[in-house]
Design a protein around this ligand. Sequence first.
Ligand SMILES: NC(=O)c1ccc[n+]([C@@H]2O[C@H](COP(=O)([O-])OP(=O)(O)OC[C@H]3O[C@@H](n4cnc5c(N)ncnc54)[C@H](O)[C@@H]3O)[C@@H](O)[C@H]2O)c1
Length: 325
Amino acid sequence: MLKIGLIGLGKMGRYHLNLYGDIREAEVAGICDADADAVAEISARTGYKGYTDYRELLPHVDAVTIAVPTKLHYEIAKTCLEAGKHVLVEKPITTDFSQASELFEIAVSKKLILHIGHVERFNGAVQEIKKIAEKPRYIEARRIGPFNPNFRGDSIVLDLMIHDIDIIINLMGSRVKAIQAMGSPVYTELADFASVNLAFENGSIAHIYVSRISQTKERVMSLHGDRSLIQLDFTTQDINIYRQGQTQQVLGDGEMRYRNEFVHERLFVYKDNPLKLEIMHFINCVTGKVSRVVTVEHDLESLKVALKTDELIRAGVYGQREIER
Ligand SMILES: NC(=O)c1ccc[n+]([C@@H]2O[C@H](COP(=O)([O-])OP(=O)(O)OC[C@H]3O[C@@H](n4cnc5c(N)ncnc54)[C@H](O)[C@@H]3O)[C@@H](O)[C@H]2O)c1
């Protein structure tokens, strides 16, 4: 049985904690938070041994989930990896590319699993779409929701858009060649909405719109292929496919009539809790049952593109920039 330590018992940490309770292959061997009251409250409720210093937890566990504020990910993940522990760290892994590369180098050299919590990869609809998407030419993503003051200090790109960047890179199967990015602040000092175009080396294009100033919540993606349109809803985990049938233009009595026929399929998607599937994947990687669903190179590419996009928006540089290799 794999012994798990949970570091960070805020919103995400508690979500992880609740799910570990349902997973037979792992047991929570300790929990940690810098806030002693949070540790005492959860320890009293669950019986898990609590710590306020994560270093004291490490000798008792094989693997950790790190769900602390992003600025602490590098330091804590590095200490855990150097102590020989497998790591599931919430996204974004860091806000510095060289720090992320260093963490993966340590993990590879010590033969440890380092998994970044890109939970949307484990959304049932995302798993299915990878099987059916044939060379998308254009992908459009919208991730919008109302303002939440808890995320006031977070970059909208590293908080929200990174999910779409990560999935789109995976679907395109190509590297990003150039980025155009625009964003603007409304409620915070940072951009609260952003519109981004990505050009890929294989000629395909993506457009992503994210916003935290909307009145409604929407998380959707459309994939445009040669003869099909695939629409995915992240919230309902539904996939609709429209395949081209016949298009006809008929000249009638003085007017042009247009007829379009298409075939509509609604795909069956196995729907489970994406975070639970992600934790299971981490555990199965640690125990050697499966290999990683994405490569280290893919993880680093998603971070590189997200950081470059964030930099362009912060600098107010709207023009096209070649991504440095
Ligand atoms: N995957 C997703 O979709 C998703 C969604 C939301 C947040 N996140 C990420 O999860 C991470 C945590 O976010 P959150 O919303 O849970 O934050 P939060 O502020 O609710 O929780 C962070 C917790 O870490 C604790 N902490 C701070 N310093 C610590 C230390 N040195 N040792 C131990 N504990 C410490 C805090 O006391 C707090 O309880 C962030 O990196 C965030 O980007 C990911």
